[in-house]
Design a protein around this ligand. Structure first.
Ligand code: URA
Length: 210
């Protein structure tokens, strides 16, 4: 199912990110801040269990997450949201999947794969993070590989997405909820999102342009 998380803070920060005038430092800060705001909403249905806690005054019952939370950052742009998620869930474990897209065929190619091991994959909560949901090929392949490895309870966290990517995920992985800050208009002939915000990796890391 698709969820678009609407909030004035998210919309205004995303507008800053879209602007061609925004440089990598401000772009990165806004992306991480939006990731924090989104994750507050995304984790709403995660289950907690009671634990005893001793306050300076007495003992009481509080709550702790029932299961491990795992962030799977799709390299390299996923790194741009990881810190923002960790601000709210510092206990999360982090996996990385390196995907680059062939500029001619637009097909994703995996060059790195490392996920947390020796934890209960079936019960963990997994957040696959990649800011741009364009064709959806990268996220689809990454999620397929995670499922083959045994991961369940997967959610896909993106910043901006278009119909093509959304349809692709919904078709191949109907059990995976998709979270966006905005649904954009379309893809251009190079499969970049319009109006979008350009190449997220380059803008996060300052590897191209001003
Ligand atoms: N990846 C990006 O970084 N930007 C797009 O617009 C599409 C895919």
């Amino acid at each position: 199912m698709l969820h678009i998380i609407k909030h004035p803070l998210i919309e205004t920060k995303l507008t800053k990110m879209r602007s061609v005038e925004t440089l990598h430092d401000e772009f990165r800060r806004n992306l991480n801040e939006i990731a924090s705001l989104m994750v507050y909403e995304i984790l709403r249905d995660y289950k907690t269990k009671p634990i005893k806690v001793k306050t300076p005054m007495t003992e009481t019952i509080g709550q702790t997450f029932d299961n491990e939370i795992v962030i799977i950052s799709i390299l390299r742009a996923g790194l741009g949201m990881t810190e923002g998620i960790l601000n709210l869930v510092p206990q999360a474990r982090i996996g990385h999947i390196g995907m680059s897209r062939d500029e001619k065929t637009f097909e994703p190619k995996e060059y790195f794969y490392k996920t947390p091991q020796e934890i209960n994959k079936k019960n963990s909560y997994v957040l696959v993070v990649d800011p741009m949901l364009a064709t959806g090929n990268t996220a689809t392949d990454a999620i397929t590989k995670l499922k083959v490895e045994g991961w369940k309870n997967i959610k896909l966290v993106c910043l901006v997405g278009v119909k093509e990517g959304i349809n692709q995920i919904e078709k191949v992985h109907p059990d995976v909820d998709i979270f966006l800050a905005a649904r954009d208009e379309k893809l251009d002939e190079h499969n970049y999102i319009l109006p979008g915000l350009g190449d997220a990796g380059d803008r996060i890391f300052g590897t191209k342009g001003k």
